[in-house]
Design a protein around this ligand. Structure first.
Ligand SMILES: Cc1cc2nc3c(=O)[nH]c(=O)nc-3n(C[C@H](O)[C@H](O)[C@H](O)COP(=O)(O)O)c2cc1C
Length: 389
């Protein structure tokens, strides 16, 4: 009897401790500052600085750093860094911006990205949000001018710009030039007396990150509620690049043209793409439905063809599928016998995929038809028209 009572007490005690632990974990997550480190980098110098800055941010304990870039890069050092969408900027507690110094200014890639933040600006979405800047330069000529030009855009957004002051100066190696400035840290990559970023530049940019995390934590939650409300309306649009990841939809590498044509053509805001079921230079499930291949095989080829279309579309929008405004029209042609009538059923494979990826924006007009033969033996061909930003 006594043992039964003790077990009961122990169970209550355990449940109590677990509940307190879970409440504490939830509170800690809520209080954590989420900081975007948004970069453009051509050769990886800015990215190396970003990694150090992120380390500095996370050394503050209650802050998490997420490195993203403003556009996709083929550089092996950069190609796996996710591309940020414009709208997601509003969801962070602070943003650290990094860019190369080009002609005493920020890079074109960064400036093109900032030019697309008009909706955020009109919704006051970044107002009151802390921002800091860091750069990678060659000799360092014009680096403070470049950082100031960064500040111009951030000031227009009403961001709280966090400068660096003379932080960390006492601990840096003063026998060689270093990229310390009061506005933010740079790296002097063309002064090769030591490997760049130098140890001191790494130290300085990490300190900048740590300080920025402190400020972001202090300001967390202080942005105006209406701004956040306005943005949450925009935020309802999903990040397409994330959707692909979550749904494990892997886009194939770009197919090569098999004739004198281009993979896509843009006219105004419309992108035109035509594809067949090509994979690694070969047609998948070639032939006529009902003679050489069955319906399941044609559906497999239809999905593959649509994935090819999406892969080309991604190329057409500079790597960021969030720039797709809508799918306007799909036209599917299938190699069928004369009596076949279920073309729509086959084409649903492509339409479903488009809606799965783009949601409402993926809904389109459509035409399907049968043909006696299709180019290079494909059982399906798709023509697609998308409207893009
Ligand atoms: C067109 C061009 C202009 C540049 N202008 C400057 C400049 O004004 N000042 C400077 O210090 N470095 C300048 N650089 C050097 C870059 O800032 C430097 O290579 C930087 O590390 C590149 O960053 P990344 O490795 O992230 O691409 C320039 C480089 C290029 C290609």
């Amino acid at each position: 009897m006594q043992i039964q009572l003790d077990m009961k007490k122990l169970r209550f005690l355990l449940i109590g401790v677990l509940s307190i632990l879970m409440i504490n974990i939830a509170m800690a997550q809520e209080n954590k500052a989420s900081i975007l480190v948004l970069i453009h980098s051509d050769n990886g110098g800015t990215y190396e600085m970003a990694e150090e800055l992120a380390r500095g941010i996370e050394s503050e304990g209650n802050a998490k750093a997420i490195i993203k870039q403003v556009k996709a890069s083929q550089n092996p050092k950069l190609k796996d860094i996710p591309v940020a969408s414009i709208n997601e900027l509003a969801t962070y507690d602070g943003i650290a911006f990094g860019s190369p110094v080009y002609f005493g200014n920020i890079s074109t890639g960064m400036s093109e990205f900032l030019a697309k933040t008009v909706d955020l600006w009109s919704n006051h979405a970044l107002e009151g949000k802390p921002a800091t800047v860091f750069m990678s330069s060659g000799s360092g000529a014009g680096r403070e001018l470049a950082m100031q030009s960064f500040w111009n855009s951030l000031a227009v957004h009403g961001m709280v710009i966090v400068s660096n002051g003379i932080r960390g100066y006492e601990n840096i190696d003063k026998t060689i030039p270093q990229g310390n400035t009061v506005l933010g840290t740079t790296s002097l990559t063309s002064l090769k007396t030591v490997e760049r970023p130098s140890q001191s530049e790494r130290y300085l940019v990490a300190l900048q990150g740590k300080n920025f995390a402190k400020v972001s934590l202090a300001l967390k939650g202080s942005q105006s509620a209406s701004a956040l409300h306005n943005v949450s309306i925009n935020e309802k649009a999903a990040d397409i690049n994330e959707v692909l990841k979550q749904k494990n939809i892997i886009l194939p590498s770009l197919p090569k043209p098999v004739g004198n044509y281009q993979l896509y053509k843009r006219s105004g805001n419309l992108v035109y793409i035509n594809q067949v079921a090509l994979k690694d230079g070969k047609i998948v499930n070639p032939g006529k439905l009902g003679v050489d291949v069955n319906e399941e095989q044609v559906k497999e080829s239809t999905r593959l063809t649509m994935l090819n279309v999406l892969s080309i579309l991604k190329e057409a929008v500079g790597g960021d599928l969030n720039r797709v405004k809508q799918c306007v029209q799909l036209v599917g042609t299938f190699n069928t016998t004369d009596t076949f009538t279920k073309h729509a059923d086959l084409m649903n494979t492509a339409s479903d995929l488009t809606v799965e990826v783009f949601g409402e924006k993926g809904k389109h007009t459509r035409n399907t038809s049968g043909a006696n033969s299709l180019p290079v033996g494909s059982s399906v061909s798709i023509q697609a028209i998308f409207e893009v930003e």
